[in-house]
Design a protein around this ligand. Structure first.
Ligand code: HEM
Length: 455
């Protein structure tokens, strides 16, 4: 009996060994370099143990393989490729976009995952077309008085802190301001964040951006065995998104109720959602084909989540990084202050859309902030078919996840001299055009770039 058990164990262990070896030979067979792996964990050991972020990982891979156009990695047992060469990146983001239009992060069959960021295929295409009008210059122009009001409240709050000599974390100040703006411009809600009370929106934000240990564990399990999250969800054992979804569903229903199901003249994000809901189905016409999507409360809530999640942290973090750099560079701060004063004065002391558009140096400072501190340091796409990169030996299989290492590219001295130095001049009207395409991508690139990008 003992001999039988040992034999069975040896056979099982040998089979497992050869299976894992075969899995990890994927990139070698394709002639693509890859760092040494840890069995079953692949290259994600530091990520799983929270020692490194995904952005830190792709930046490290980018820096460790300076001569490679692409580096093969393993997300546990699944192959994923990090592209280093901007020409290959251009192929993915722009030239062959239809092959790479999905991000491949839709782990759950859940209404909350039908949001613009995570949605795939036809659903994404319809949503993108229907939601793009939120960011036309006309709409933004209409929002300026709402933003101006938030600026007024922010300044009053900061003046109060200065008068009382209270120290305050800039990161927190930026969060408060951004929350007030998003609440007002997207949901028509006065967040009243400056009164220091507890804020439910901020709590939800913390939940989205600082997931619990249990949800991190569930995500890790899904990396190791793809489909785990969906299984837990379908069997009702654990739903990673439940509380967030309920919060936004209630919020959307409340706002729709308050507006009596009709768009108000506010023309904010919720008005657009209500307009689309009135049509019941949203459609996208392409040539002779018509695709339809029902605008249910769940689908509206899903968009609300992503507008909040994608807009809040990104904007407030960028603002605080800029303020941080300005504190270290008084000359830049002075020049920026002079520009803001001069342009505002020219526009009758008002912060208007046109005034903002004339603040060239402010834009240069934001561009450089996003270069040095890209909030999204890794972009992600998934190959929908087997794909051969033209003119190269690189061929990837259908379903392969492609990582684009924004953080690595934007701190590469090959493209940005003295990358650790904060220098807005890199983005002056004369210099900006010299940056090669697909090297500077803080808002992503191609048809799936950030919908909130100011251009
Ligand atoms: C400094 C501020 C921001 C930064 C740095 C930023 C960055 C990004 C990046 C890198 C992506 C991925 C693009 C890609 O994969 O090619 C993205 C997508 C997205 N962003 Fe932003 N973002 C910012 C502000 C906003 C704001 C204010 C909103 C909305 C209120 C927003 C909404 C979105 C949405 C909905 C997507 C998904 C678009 C799609 O998949 O079609 N972002 N953003």
């Amino acid at each position: 009996m003992a001999l039988l058990t040992i034999t069975a164990f040896v056979i099982f262990a040998s089979l497992l060994y050869f299976w894992v070896k075969h899995k990890y030979a994927h990139w070698e067979k394709k002639g693509i370099k890859s760092p040494p792996v840890v069995p079953f964990i692949g290259h994600f050991g530091r990520i799983i143990t929270f020692k490194e972020s995904i952005d830190g990982f792709t930046k490290r891979i980018y820096e460790d393989f300076p001569n490679e156009p692409a580096v093969g990695t393993y997300r546990c047992l699944t192959p994923a490729v990090v592209l280093r060469d901007p020409e290959l990146i251009k192929q993915v983001m722009i030239k062959d976009f239809p092959v790479f239009e999905d991000r491949g992060i839709r782990a759950l069959d859940d209404p909350i995952n039908d949001n613009l960021f995570v949605a795939e295929g036809e659903t994404w295409r319809i949503l993108r077309q229907k939601l793009t009008p939120i960011f036309t210059s006309g709409k933004l122009r209409n929002m300026m008085p709402l933003i101006d009001k938030c600026v007024g409240e922010y300044l009053e709050y900061v003046d109060g802190l200065v008068a009382r000599g209270v120290e305050h974390e800039v990161r927190d100040l930026s969060s408060k301001y951004t929350l007030e703006v998003i609440g007002s411009c997207a949901f028509g809600v006065d967040m009243d964040v400056f009164n220091e009370k507890e804020n439910i929106f901020r709590d939800v934000g913390n939940r989205i951006f600082s997931p619990s240990l249990l949800s991190r564990f569930a995500q890790f399990a899904d990396f190791l065995i793809p489909g785990t999250l969906n299984f837990l969800h379908k069997t009702k054992l654990y739903n990673i998104n439940e509380r967030t979804q309920t919060f936004f569903l209630n919020l959307v229903n409340k706002i729709v109720g308050e507006r009596e199901g009709r768009p108000k003249s506010r023309k904010d994000f919720m008005d657009l959602m209500i307009e689309l809901k009135e049509q019941k189905f949203v459609e996208k016409r392409e040539h002779d084909k018509v695709a339809k999507l029902e605008m249910s409360p769940e689908l509206m809530a899903a968009q609300a989540v992503v507008f909040y999640a994608a807009g809040f942290e990104t904007s407030s973090a960028t603002m605080s990084f800029l303020i941080h750099e300005l504190a270290f560079h008084q000359d830049i701060q002075q020049r920026l202050h002079d520009e803001i004063c001069a342009v505002t004065e020219k526009h009758g002391g008002k912060l208007t859309y046109d005034a903002l558009s004339e603040m060239t140096y402010l834009e240069m400072c934001f561009d450089e902030t996003l270069r040095k501190y890209p909030i999204v340091g890794t972009l992600i796409r998934k190959a929908l078919v087997d794909y051969q990169f033209p003119g190269t030996k690189l061929k990837i299989d259908k379903g392969t996840v492609v990582f684009l290492p924004v953080g690595g590219l934007q701190s590469d001295s090959q493209y940005f001299e003295n990358p650790d130095v904060f220098d807005p001049e890199r983005f002056s009207p004369e210099n900006k055009g010299k940056i090669p395409q697909c090297v500077y991508m803080p808002f992503g690139e191609g048809p799936r770039h950030c919908i909130g990008m100011y251009s």
